[in-house]
Design a protein around this ligand. Structure first.
Ligand code: ATP
Ligand code: MG
Length: 232
């Protein structure tokens, strides 16, 4: 479904991604793990066309999207929930959801109900201004807004960041449900343990390079991963 080949991304002189290649197959959950500054968010931003690679190629559903503008990707089925939940703070919950569905020209009540059944909290707060939601609620809204566009591939950048453990569990449950319902997911996480538990396959990024790949289970059993990311 997604194939990134030999990406090299720079911020001025900083070489942030070095020969990064990876694949996501339809129906998979693939995790990208790594320390702060490893290049995880840079990778997602490059896939979604916010940043551009100097080399290589990105293919989505068989199409070369390396040079496509970012706003054209959502209609193609590629949704990106960025780090820090970029929701529209001044709009209500429901207006945010409608913006997500707008890409399909028409927001159906069915889409809204589907989201609200997954996140009853958002239904209770449908008229609340999004900027006044709690952090966890904002994260639910950011994920829901992406779901309104019915993405083929959902890229999540640290969905558990800053959330209380109970909410982290909930967010991961929802990722699991979305996957069971047929979504393909590329998940970036600091929480390596939870990410590896949920992921079919994973890649480890270190200083802009992919240094290790395998099934979630294999990586969880790997000594170097245990040492570096799973607290021994
Ligand atoms: N706009 C920018 N200008 C210059 N350097 C940047 C910029 N954005 C990111 N970087 C650098 O690129 C590297 C990779 O950053 P990136 O945000 O991809 O890391 P990350 O793996 O997502 O980290 P985190 O877990 O902290 O979110 C870091 O060294 C970072 O300082
Ligand atoms: Mg990041």
């Amino acid at each position: 479904m997604l194939k990134a080949e030999n990406l090299n991304v720079y911020y001025g002189k900083i070489h942030a991604l070095k020969d990064v290649s990876f694949e996501v197959h339809e129906g998979e959950i693939v995790a990208l793990i790594g320390a702060n500054g490893a290049g995880k968010s840079t990778t997602l931003k490059t896939i979604s066309g916010i940043l551009h690679s100097k080399t290589g190629k990105i293919e989505f559903m068989g199409e070369d999207i390396s040079h496509i503008e970012s706003y054209k990707l959502l209609p193609k089925g590629l949704a990106h929930v960025p780090e820090g939940r970029r929701i529209f703070l001044q709009m209500t919950v429901e207006e945010n959801l409608e913006m997500g569905g707008y890409i399909n020209k028409r927001v159906t009540d069915e889409d809204l109900e589907n989201v609200y059944s997954r996140f009853p909290r958002l239904k209770e707060r449908r008229s609340q201004i999004a900027g006044t939601l709690s952090g966890g609620e904002q994260q639910m809204l950011a994920m829901s807004r992406a779901l309104m566009s019915h993405p083929k591939l959902l890229m999540l950048d640290e969905p558990s960041m800053g959330l209380a453990p109970i909410l982290v569990e909930q967010i991961f449950d929802i990722i699991r449900e979305l996957h069971e319902a047929g979504s393909t997911i590329l998940l970036v996480e600091q929480n390596a343990e939870m990410a590896l538990q949920i992921a079919g396959r994973a890649y480890v990024l270190e200083s802009g390079r992919i240094t290790l790949t395998g099934t979630g289970h294999e990586l969880m059993e790997s000594d170097s991963i245990k040492k570096a990311y799973l607290g021994g």
